[in-house]
Write a protein that binds this ligand. Structure first.
Ligand code: 5GP
Length: 164
């Protein structure tokens, strides 16, 4: 997606540890028009797959997932939570994810109420680095019995292992 490549070249800043900082348009300030163009692109790439739910992980995936959902018949967006709160009730699908940027491993969870057999799930996230976040989300889809339609990631760091 040329428009995204150009934006990364213009506004991206490479930090220590192979971290690309894109706070100007993706991870802090959000460019909604660009999100909408990316959502449209995801819809083209996953046309005909019957996606009826989008799954992401808090927090940076949420904005892009919500805008993308508008291109998938306004399907519901579920975000995997990183912290247990009093608002979470009932049974949960739980998996472990190692954070690329923070280096710690933590549980992420999705309520069993919102994902299950009959769902066709598109996973959306901001970055693909070593693939831990994506593998965790795939594990949650598997636990739920839903079908995985695919994964749409805004920026893949192709020099890391996640794509494999
Ligand atoms: P992975 O689990 O694939 O190793 O890393 C993906 C997650 O780590 C993404 O959800 C993203 O939040 C974060 N991440 C990985 N690499 C980068 C990076 O270069 N820049 C930013 N901003 N986040 C990253």
């Amino acid at each position: 997606m040329e428009i995204l490549k150009q934006r990364i070249l213009k506004d991206g800043v490479v930090k220590e540890g192979n971290v690309l900082k894109v706070d100007r348009f993706l991870n802090h300030q959000m460019d909604v028009k660009l999100f909408n163009d990316i959502g449209e692109e995801f819809a083209k790439r996953f046309a005909g797959t019957g996606v009826n739910k989008i799954l992401t992980i808090e927090s940076s995936g949420i904005g892009i997932a919500c805008i993308a959902a508008q291109h998938f018949n306004n399907c519901p967006v579920i975000f995997a939570k990183k912290t247990l709160s009093k608002n979470l009730d009932g049974e949960m699908f739980v998996t472990q994810v190692k954070s690329y940027t923070k280096g710690v491993t933590y549980d992420v969870m999705v309520s069993e109420k919102y994902l299950g057999k009959g769902d066709k799930v598109l996973i959306i996230d901001d970055f693909l680095a070593n693939g831990c976040a994506l593998m965790g989300l795939i594990d949650i889809v598997k636990q739920s019995g839903a079908e995985l339609a695919g994964a749409g990631i805004v920026i893949e760091k192709g020099f890391q292992e996640g794509g494999k």
